[in-house]
Design a protein around this ligand. Sequence first.
Ligand code: ZN
Length: 474
Amino acid sequence: VKSSLAFAATLLLSSVSTASAQDIPADLAAFRELYKELVEIDTTLSKGDCTVAANALAARLEAGGIPAENIHVIVPPEFPTQGNIVAILEGSDPTAEPFLMAGHIDVVEADAADWERDPFTLIEENGFFYARGAADDKAMVSILVDTMIRFKQEGFQHRRTLKLAATCGEETSAHFNGMKYLIDHHRDLIDAEFAINENGNGRMNAAGERVMYTIQAGQKIAQNFQLELTGPGGRSSRPQDGNLIYDFSQALVRLSQYQFPADIDVTVRNYFEAAGPVEGGQLGADLLAVLETPVDEAALERVFADRQYGPVISTTCTTTLLEGGHAWNALPQRVAANVNCRIKPGMEIAEVQATLKRVLGDDRISVEPMGETLQGTTSAPPLTPAIFDPIRQVAARVWPGVPVIPALVPGSDDSRLLTPAGIPTYGVSGQFRSADGDGTHALNERIRVEVLYDAREFLHELIKIYSNSGPVFD
Ligand SMILES: [Zn+2]
């Protein structure tokens, strides 16, 4: 009895886990296979290999009929595991400027011991796909590769040349960034009039209903600063000599209480004007109130406190790493921290640095920008009707009744490199996330199966329109 019950349970489990994979059309099943293969290739910086993933995508594209000479796996000599891929579908009109589809194949670290399921096995459960990269950004990359293959197989005619750039190092740019490498060394391969990239994710409510679709019309710039305080130290038996850890902590508390001034620029204004009526209630009213002159201070305070809208109205800085001391019985000689800032377009790095210095309020603490510095970046390219209208049209077909809103997002991605390089880039993933972010960059990353499949239809239709459009800028 026991064994037959166990057998029945096994049978039930296996039928549950495979049913949805079997009942889908052949083209969708092929997409699912491609997605599964990509997700299951570990592309973390520590243990993974983007070059393996780039080669796997190259094989898929070639099997899909894309000529081998139009598929470029680009591996920087100094970074053999940081491979990238560019693929090109030639358009019929040599006077039409190309269109670029961008995404990244590397993923954030994932320690299997902390996850409920193996992070590098695609698991479909309760209507979700679970895996590291299931959303960020292997969902979009799989869709873009699949779209190219479908266009080829459908014999779809397009005027513009379509380019795909799937790069490594988006999550670990301080080590190597594939998009920057392509801009610097293979500009001709990726050159385009405009581009779409990851992010621009819509929002779902707890019931899994689509609340709004936000495209990423602009983004903040990430910049790290190293804070350091050093001194002579001493014996911990004589705390009267002073303690750098306490001094440093008090400075960090001052920083934690500081709020950069609100900067309601045109992107924020467009975003809040559209989102206010959709949100409704106190929050909706507040979003509209902060656009008034003079600004409603109480409303502004509430918007600052909101995790969705607060981060976009000002530069923010927060401490992310801390180190200090050198012995259990000595007064510390050195305390240091990393402060991660998300800077509003138009604010200079030097201004943020000076503000940090002033707010920390201790002249002994040094504040230095770390890693690559992007001075004077403008990250909100014009959202012309030729770019925005097709998004609205296709959204109305795929998700009827869901408002489409151009948003400024607090995060940053490779669009911050493409736009200043002269390829205006918009975050249009066609995806939706739950309010909790669905584990992106965190534990148990997931995406709703339906969200992924609908995003595939959305992008396929949108790219069809873009690939035959006239110039999108005047
Ligand atoms: Zn990403």
